[in-house]
Design a protein around this ligand. Structure first.
Ligand code: FAD
Length: 541
């Protein structure tokens, strides 16, 4: 097959326009075109008055060799890449059972690939099975009751379960591992168009059933899940100048022998980070970002991006990605934008407030929300101990808890008041979506001064890019502190901890992913590394 890329057609085109455009581009007659399949569809809305749909198509033609030869210097006409996933190993009969800590996207895919290779992984998660966890998560949103072990961050499906389910990332992936992830998601019930959309998303509702379906697959292949099982300690032996993992201490006093452990604990397992540091596992501080969630009516974003075409079904709810480099050396940017969604309470610790965003597949809630955040780094902002970034997150999350009224309401402010440097006493025409509710106040008290200054500088810049972004009634809700992991558990070229053999740090918490797709891809890579390193292992768990 031939892959033809960058084929641009008007938004309102007839079905026949695509094969006609293929024939024109390849200079063939309709009879020479045997079949075509859309591999990817994006839109180009840089000119709102003339929005284009941009296709990549896989094409069967009568004489493929002749066409490839004719276009041999044309990068937009190439042989279709082989994106099939190939397993790197098959488990021997007596294979040991690898252990995966964490059932988020990273642990889920590490577990799935290990199971598909014939290893029978044991997957541990401190949180509950996804349906139970959903009830606990809603407990905070509806009744202001937090379960620190079962919430937005912890439990089956991991942090991405109550999310927009955006599935794109900027990772460069020559092996097309992202395709393996998307294919498995579709098998588990995701809408098939995630395989072709340039910016696919799933929405939170389907994610719950997909996670259950993937669990069933892993269990059918001999894998095993243990929920409400928190790893509280590592059993590490030192011999011949090498530290090697031998087992795991569990929260209930139990012990699990394990020689190969995937550490996929996400970015919010702060107690576990401290446990790992105390166990001597190499850990470094890494940059992340802090700020607030900002909400605009989705209609404003649609009109700003799509003009008169706002609401066109091929375009869906509009997204944005914006950034600004400030005069104080800081970078402000939009993070994890959720079109037509809601702002969610995302804390996992008592006495703290943190925000994030989610949406349903339809993305049809009234407001768009996104993180409005400032990049920070260890050298400037939290020097010293590798876990100092966590102390910083906790400090501002506690300030937000108090500013919100010490009841899990979040502090919120009208953008006009934030820019004027005065506390909000009431909100305006835009109704915040955060549950269990917000308290109008001064968000400048919940963020470092440099962040406040940078955000104030960025607002008018963003307002010029997206009309309405800087409207005084726009609502900000805080604080957004968990944009990515504040630490990295550095690994070597074999994907093992720099100083603890058999421990495979993975995913977002280990500092090797940011988002569902990249965490899942990292899970695949780590599963492969585990399998390759287990060649000579014998059963030990
Ligand atoms: P996690 O998903 O965090 O999973 C870690 C798991 O480890 C958890 O289930 C936890 O219970 C478990 N665990 C932690 N410590 C222990 C322990 N000691 N013992 C046993 N188990 C433990 N990303 C996107 O790409 N698109 C989005 O639309 C999106 N929206 C989001 C919305 C929200 C509300 C949130 C919170 C995040 C969102 N993200 C989104 C980010 C995305 O969810 C994460 O990047 C991704 O989940 C990271 O995957 P992970 O497997 O590395 O870690």
């Amino acid at each position: 097959m031939i892959r033809l890329t960058e084929l641009s057609l008007p938004l309102h085109h007839a079905d026949e326009a695509l094969p006609a455009a293929i024939c024109r581009r390849l200079r063939i007659t309709p009879r020479e075109l045997v079949r075509h399949v859309v591999a990817r569809r994006a839109h180009d809305a840089r000119d709102k008055g003339d929005i284009k749909l941009v296709y990549s198509v896989d094409v069967n033609v009568r004489d493929e060799a002749a066409i490839l030869n004719r276009f041999r210097k044309d990068r937009q006409v190439q042989r279709t890449p082989d994106t099939r996933y190939r397993f790197v190993a098959q488990a021997p009969e007596d294979a040991a059972r690898p252990v995966v800590i964490g059932a988020g996207p990273c642990g889920l895919f590490a577990g799935l690939i290990l199971a598909q290779m014939g290893y029978r992984p044991i997957i541990l998660d401190r949180g509950k099975v996804v349906r139970e966890r959903t009830k606990d998560t809603w407990g905070l949103w509806r009744r202001s009751v937090l379960n620190p072990e079962s919430n937005v961050q912890f439990g089956e499906g991991g942090a991405g379960t109550f999310s927009d389910g955006k599935l794109y990332s900027r990772i460069k992936d020559g092996r097309h591992l992202d395709r393996k992830v998307l294919t498995e998601f579709v098998k588990a019930g995701a809408p098939p168009e995630i395989l072709t959309e340039a910016h696919p998303h799933i929405g939170t509702f389907r994610l719950v059933t997909m996670v259950e379906s993937m669990r069933a697959t892993i269990e059918e292949l001999g894998g095993e899940y243990r929920f409400s099982t928190r790893v509280d300690g590592l059993d590490v032996v030192e011999a011949a100048g090498e530290r090697r993992i031998r087992g795991l201490h569990l929260h209930d006093g139990g012990y699990l022998a394990a020689s190969h452990v995937v550490l996929a604990i996400g970015h919010s397992a702060r107690d576990s980070f401290a446990m790992l540091q105390a166990a001597g596992v190499h850990v470094e501080a890494k940059p992340f970002s802090i700020g607030v969630r900002i909400e605009h009516p989705q209609g404003w974003i649609d009109r700003a991006r799509f003009g008169a075409n706002a609401g066109h079904p091929m375009l869906g709810a509009a997204e944005y990605h914006i950034s600004h480099h400030c005069s104080n050396g800081r970078t402000v940017y939009s993070f994890c934008m959720c079109p037509g969604g809601t702002v969610v309470a995302a804390t996992s610790e008592e006495g703290r407030v943190a925000t994030n965003g989610m949406s349903q597949y339809s993305r049809n809630e009234r407001n768009a929300n996104s993180g409005f955040v400032v990049a920070i780094d260890p050298a400037r902002d939290y020097p010293g101990d590798p876990l100092a970034g966590i102390a910083l997150q906790r400090h501002w999350e506690e300030r937000a808890f108090v500013a919100g009224g010490s009841c899990y309401k979040a502090p919120a402010q009208r953008l006009g008041d934030f820019l004027a440097g005065r506390a909000s006493t009431a909100l305006g025409s835009i109704v915040p979506s955060y549950k269990p509710g917000v308290t109008p106040t001064d968000l400048a008290e919940c963020l470092p001064d440099f962040a406040v200054a940078a955000m104030r500088e960025a607002v008018p810049v963003f307002g010029r890019q997206i009309p309405g972004y800087d409207h005084p009634d726009v609502v900000m809700t805080g604080v957004e502190t968990r944009t990515s992991s504040p630490v990295r558990f550095t690994r070597d070229e074999a994907f093992q901890s720099l100083n603890t053999r058999g421990l495979f740090p993975a995913g977002e918490g280990a500092g090797y992913a940011g988002g569902i797709l990249s965490a899942a891809v990292d899970g695949i890579k780590v599963a492969e590394a585990v399998a390759l390193s287990m060649g000579a292992s014998t059963a030990d768990a």
